[in-house]
Design a protein around this ligand. Structure first.
Ligand SMILES: [Mg+2]
Length: 450
C-alpha cells in the first residue's frame, strides 16, 4: 500500500480506478447484474401494475425500465455521475455530495463510476434505482427487492424454526441462569446474529443465499473464522460491572443498526429479545433503511412484515416468538427508526456534522451494534487502511457511544488485526476479505480512542 496517496493521515478510498481490485470487479460485474435483475423484476410485475393502475401503470413500468437501462449504460461506459432529478428529502444532500466528490477528482475530471470512490458510486446506484421508481408514479412505492427478500425469508424457514425453538427453550430457564451461563448464552446468540450476516443478497447479486442448517449447531465449527473477537469487552460494557437478572434489571438502551432482512433480521430479533429478557437492556432501538437498499437491507415494511410472518407461522415456537416481538413493538420496548442518513453515501465520521440529529440520537444509546459489511465500510470510511491500524483510529472520531461491529467480511477493508495476521490469510486464501467466510466482533469505546 506504500504507493497509495495518504491525505491528511487518511489513506485513499477504495475505488474501481485500481484495475483488478474487488471494487473494480464489483462495478464491472456485480452491479450491472443487479441492475439487470431489477429491470427483469419490474418487467415481470407489468401485469400487476396494469391490474392496480391500468394503462398508466404499464407506461410507468416502461419509463422506469428505460431509465434503468440508461443507468446501466452510464455505469458500464464510465459516464460522469449525474445529479439527482427527483425532489425528496435527501435529493439536495446527494447533489451536494456530488460537488464534494468533484473536488477530490484529479485534473478536474468529473466524478464517474470507475474513477470515484467505490462506496460513493455503489450507494449512488441504489439511490438511482429508487429515483427510477420515484419519478414514475403510480409505481413510485414499488420495492424492487421485495420478492428477493421474501424468498430469502421463506428459504430459511428451517433455520428460523430452529433458532426460535432454541430461544423459547432458553426463556423457560432464563431466571435460573448463573452469570457464567448467562454469558455463555449471550455469546451464542451474539454469534448467531454475527453469522446471520452471511445471508446477503447484494454480494450474491440476488442469488439464493439463505441459511439452511441449524445456526446453533454450527457455532463451534465457525469460531476459528472469527478474526477479531471482542465479545468479552462487549459483555463488560453492556453489564458495566453489574450482573443482570435477579431482583433488578439494567436500564440501558441498546441500538442495533440493521443490515439485511430475511434470516439475518430474525437472528437480530432473537438477539434483541435475549437482551431484553435477560435484563441486559430495557429498550432496543432498531435502525433500518428508508428505501430499498443493497438488495436485501431491512426497510420498515420488512421489519413489520418479518414480525407478522413469524407470528403467523404454523410452528409453535416461531409463532410464540413473533407474538412476543409484536408485543415489544406495541409497548415501545422495541422501536424502528429510519433516518435518511443511513441511505446516504457518507462515511460515519461525517455524521456529527452532516446529520447532527442522528448523531445526538445515537449518543443517547448505552451501546450500539452495527451489523454487516456496508456499516463496517462506512465506519472505517472504506479506505486502504493497513490491517494493523487500530479500529478506533479508522473510526476517525465517530464515537457516539460504546459500539461493536458484527460483520462477515465481504469487502477488502479490514483493520484491527494482529501483525502478520492479514499477510498469513492473504498467503493462504487470497479471497479472505470478500468471501463472507470470515467475521469480526470488533468493539470500540469512546475512552479507548488512541
Ligand atoms: Mg446488506
Amino acid at each position: 500500500m506504500a504507493n497509495l496517496v495518504v491525505l491528511r493521515g487518511v489513506p485513499e478510498s477504495l475505488s474501481a480506478k485500481y484495475v483488478g481490485s474487488f471494487a473494480y470487479l464489483t462495478i464491472r460485474d456485480r452491479l450491472p447484474t443487479i441492475l439487470t435483475k431489477v429491470i427483469d423484476t419490474i418487467h415481470r410485475n407489468k401485469d400487476k401494475f396494469f391490474e392496480e393502475h391500468g394503462e398508466e401503470g404499464v407506461q410507468a413500468e416502461k419509463r422506469a425500465i428505460s431509465f434503468l437501462s440508461k443507468l446501466r449504460n452510464e455505469l458500464q461506459t464510465d459516464k460522469p455521475v449525474l445529479a439527482l432529478t427527483d425532489d425528496v428529502v435527501d435529493t439536495d444532500m446527494w447533489n451536494q455530495y456530488l460537488l464534494r466528490q468533484q473536488v477530490l477528482m484529479e485534473e478536474n475530471e468529473p466524478p464517474s463510476w470507475f474513477k470515484s470512490s467505490w462506496l460513493y458510486v455503489e450507494c449512488y446506484m441504489y439511490r438511482r434505482i429508487q429515483e427510477s421508481v420515484r419519478l414514475n408514479p403510480p409505481i413510485c412505492d414499488f420495492d424492487v427487492f421485495k420478492e428477493a427478500k421474501t424468498q430469502s425469508f421463506f428459504e430459511s424457514q428451517q433455520a428460523i424454526m430452529a433458532i426460535c425453538t432454541y430461544l423459547q427453550g432458553l426463556m423457560k430457564n432464563m431466571d435460573d441462569l448463573s452469570e457464567t451461563q448467562l454469558l455463555d448464552q449471550f455469546l451464542k446468540l451474539l454469534q448467531v446474529s454475527l453469522w446471520g450476516n452471511k445471508c446477503d443478497l447484494s454480494i450474491s447479486a440476488g442469488q439464493d443465499n439463505s441459511q439452511k442448517a441449524s445456526p446453533i449447531d454450527s457455532l463451534e465449527d465457525l469460531k476459528p473464522f472469527i478474526l477479531v473477537d471482542d465479545s468479552n469487552l462487549v459483555w463488560s460494557a453492556l453489564t458495566n460491572g453489574k450482573i443482570p437478572g435477579g431482583p433488578w434489571k439494567l436500564q440501558g438502551r441498546v441500538d442495533i443498526v440493521l443490515d439485511n432482512a430475511g434470516f439475518e433480521l430474525v437472528t437480530d430479533l432473537v438477539f434483541a429479545d435475549f437482551l431484553v429478557s435477560s435484563g441486559l437492556a430495557s429498550q432496543v432501538h432498531f435502525h433500518g433503511k428508508s428505501m430499498p437498499w443493497f438488495v436485501s437491507d431491512t426497510t420498515r415494511e420488512d421489519f413489520i412484515w418479518t414480525i407478522r410472518q413469524t407470528l403467523a407461522a404454523n410452528h409453535r415456537w416461531m409463532s410464540k416468538s413473533g407474538a412476543k416481538w409484536q408485543h415489544y413493538v406495541k409497548d415501545g420496548t422495541w422501536s424502528y427508526h429510519d433516518h435518511p442518513f443511513w441511505t446516504l453515501p457518507h462515511e460515519f465520521c461525517d455524521m456529527a456534522a452532516d446529520a447532527p440529529d442522528l448523531y445526538a440520537t445515537l449518543q443517547k444509546a448505552d451501546f450500539i451494534f452495527f451489523k454487516g459489511d456496508l456499516n463496517y465500510r462506512k465506519l472505517t470510511s472504506d479506505r486502504h487502511w493497513a490491517h494493523t491500524e487500530p479500529f478506533e483510529k479508522a473510526l476517525r472520531g465517530f464515537h457516539p457511544a460504546p459500539l461493536c461491529s458484527l460483520r462477515t467480511l465481504k469487502a477488502n477493508v479490514q483493520v484491527g488485526l494482529q501483525p502478520g495476521q492479514g499477510e498469513d490469510l492473504t498467503a493462504r486464501e487470497p479471497g479472505w476479505m470478500t468471501s463472507g467466510k470470515y467475521a469480526v466482533v470488533q468493539f470500540s469505546s469512546p475512552h479507548r480512542e488512541q
